[in-house]
Design a protein around this ligand. Structure first.
Ligand code: SF4
Length: 395
């Protein structure tokens, strides 16, 4: 049976996405010399297309036979996809501890699990009102518009969407999800996510944004994406022309390490900002990647410098194959403690745990209020000075 498509939309969405990018404005606008990235990575030449198999990856990284066999097992379970650009950010391809490599190259630990890991750690299926619409909070919904990404992050919470064969939502499913929103006036915000919605065919993305924007009670549409981080060439002028039409649009990006802030990713963010989209960042706290106060502070300061507001640091979810990325909760609190007062509040995100099975986001902070009585509170400041503060009586 033929799939229903929009006018101008092809039946097949090319996958994996390659590097033949039309209108590559992000690079040309910033006059970025791609050779410099190639030299940084120690690569003689970049692959022309995204890497999707262990065999292709073996041309760049030396794996012994046991590792290659294990990685092939992993890739059968969870896709592999690394863009040429993101590969070029790895300083030493054979260094397993490189923070960029750890996010994109599978590790044997993905085969080991523990009892708390789940394929759907946030219980999104249970809180879904259609196949692709999660309604967990009173005033907002999450639309899973695609299962595709330009890169498959090894720590991904939604790997259930892309772990085997990507099944894309049909137009009918998207329509019925938007109808649900239309019929529910308590919903004021739609989070369009996936997968990465910027992998969508532009006609489809435009149609979703137009339909969502036309709902009178929708005040904000938020796109969640890693495209500026992992494949900035895909932020093109034609994409920006579409995104720039929608004044309800916000965007949350996922930068996880200061080395991801490059001339290319900065250029991509600038193009999105120029079309009026406020940008925020949601970092995932990842062991061996950014679980240090210094790295996180540098990341957040660099984000502020490119006008991307650090919004959340997420505790890494209990998703299958990602135990090796999870840190103690104390680590996130320690990071906030290290930043609070020592850098601008604009640089400091909230540290949150997403409660299992749809319990929602729980912000966790260092303890600054040591005790409270009706008349006074005992407070501690960022310098560990303890003092009394008069507590005015409420009526
Ligand atoms: S881009 Fe987002 S949805 Fe896609 S694999 Fe990475 S974390 Fe998961």
């Amino acid at each position: 049976m033929e799939k229903e498509t929009l006018k101008g939309e092809s039946q097949e969405n090319d996958h994996p996405p390659d590097t033949d990018v039309e209108n590559n404005a992000c690079l040309s606008e910033n006059n970025v010399n791609r050779d410099s990235a190639v030299i940084t990575a120690g690569l003689k030449s970049l692959p022309r297309k995204s890497i999707a198999t262990v065999e292709q990856l073996s041309k760049f990284i030396n794996f012994d036979d046991t590792t290659r066999k294990a990685l092939n097992e992993i890739v059968k379970k969870y896709h592999l996809l690394i863009s040429p650009y993101y590969l070029s950010l790895i300083k030493d391809l054979n260094d397993e501890n490189d923070p960029i490599r750890k996010q994109c190259v599978p590790a044997i630990e993905e085969l080991f699990g523990n009892a708390t890991e789940r394929i759907d750690p946030l219980g999104e299926k249970e809180t879904s009102v259609t196949n692709i619409l999660v309604h967990r909070y009173p005033d907002r919904v999450l639309l899973i518009a695609t299962s595709r990404c330009f890169m498959y992050c090894r720590h991904c919470t939604r790997k259930r969407l892309w772990q085997n064969n990507n099944v894309e939502p049909s137009l009918a499913e998207i329509r019925s999800s938007l109808d649900y929103v239309r019929g529910n006036e308590s919903i004021r915000e739609i989070i369009v996510s996936g997968g990465d919605p910027l992998t969508l065919n532009q006609e489809r993305l435009d149609w979703i944004l137009e339909e969502a924007s036309s709902i009178a009670h929708i005040q904000a549409i938020r796109i969640g994406t890693r495209t500026p981080v992992v494949f900035p060439e895909k932020i093109t002028k034609s994409l920006c022309r579409i995104l720039g039409k929608y004044n309800k649009l916000w965007m949350n990006i996922q930068f996880n390490h200061p080395r991801e802030i490059t001339p290319e990713s900065t250029g991509a963010c600038r193009m999105l900002q120029k079309c009026g989209i406020p940008l925020s960042n949601q970092t995932v706290l990842l062991k061996g990647i950014n679980d240090s106060p210094q790295v996180m502070k540098e990341l957040c300061q660099k984000l502020q410098a490119i006008r991307v507001r650090p919004y959340y640091i997420f505790q890494c979810d209990e998703v299958v194959g990602a135990s090796h990325f999870r840190t103690s909760i104390f680590k996130g609190i320690e990071i906030i403690e290290h930043m609070r007062g020592h850098t601008s509040g604009m640089c400091i995100p909230r540290f949150v745990v997403d409660g299992p099975n749809g319990k929602g986001k729980i912000p966790l902070d260092p303890q600054y209020m040591l005790s409270i009585t009706p008349n006074k509170v005992i407070l501690r400041n960022y310098n560990n000075e303890v003092f009394e503060y008069y507590n005015p009586q409420s009526d």
